[in-house]
Write a protein that binds this ligand. Structure first.
Ligand SMILES: CC(C)(COP(=O)(O)OP(=O)(O)OC[C@H]1O[C@@H](n2cnc3c(N)ncnc32)[C@H](O)[C@@H]1OP(=O)(O)O)[C@@H](O)C(=O)NCCC(=O)NCCS
Length: 177
């Protein structure tokens, strides 16, 4: 992702978008998504602030249980990377997808809370969201990325090159203090 110019997840420079306007809305390093509909522009951003109520609506829509908003705010503040997928509107972009990562920013990162609003699913946006997340982590120099997939989405990640554990080497554990 260039600093001054928007790029698609494929790295192709966008010739038609006005980068300065979009940069004002979405910050540096935003990506315009490829979408099946020419009527809708969708943008990935790691700099535009997330509205907690919009995020809660997405979590509700995909069936996740609610968490207190003040704890969510703190979790976002403490995250290494927070990515929003926005339906572009010059006056009021709408949050339609989300992902975040925790980690040390150098050796390890873990991806959490990957979600695309059901109205926008099945259009390749989840895949572009993950590509963007990985690109951002690569730019930081993170060496290894992990995530915990719900059983119903294992194939979504496998198809994008994620390796399923435990294969032979490691096993995931949970502990609630
Ligand atoms: C998982 C999720 C992010 C995928 O988003 P999406 O925008 O629908 O995904 P895409 O359209 O980019 O799909 C990319 C590919 O993965 C496939 N895919 C999508 N969801 C899948 C699933 N649940 N299982 C297996 N494959 C899936 C698509 O068919 C597509 O395949 P193709 O490249 O061969 O056409 C979205 O369904 C979602 O938000 N689900 C609810 C929340 C959730 O479960 N998050 C993951 C927590 S670990």
């Amino acid at each position: 992702m260039g600093q001054d110019q928007a790029t698609q997840p494929t790295g192709v420079p966008l010739l038609s978008a006005p980068p300065t306007d979009l940069e004002g809305l979405y910050g540096r390093g935003f990506c315009l998504c490829t979408t099946p509909s020419a009527q809708v522009s969708l943008v990935l951003s790691q700099e535009r602030s997330i509205d907690l109520y919009e995020l809660e609506q997405i979590c509700d829509a995909v069936g996740w249980s609610r968490r207190p908003l003040r704890r969510v705010r703190k979790a976002l503040e403490n995250s290494l990377l927070v990515v929003g997928l926005w339906r572009h509107d010059a006056r009021l972009p709408r949050l339609v997808g989300f992902a975040r990562c925790t980690g040390d920013g150098v050796i390890e990162a873990t991806v959490w809370d990957v979600a695309v609003h059901p109205l926008y699913q099945g259009a390749g946006l989840g895949k572009q969201l993950m590509t963007y997340v990985i690109d951002c982590l690569k730019q930081m120099g993170v060496e290894r990325v992990s995530l915990f997939a719900d059983p119903g989405v294992v194939d979504f990640y496998s198809a994008q090159g994620w390796e399923l554990e435990p294969q032979q080497r490691r096993c995931a554990f949970w502990y609630a203090p």
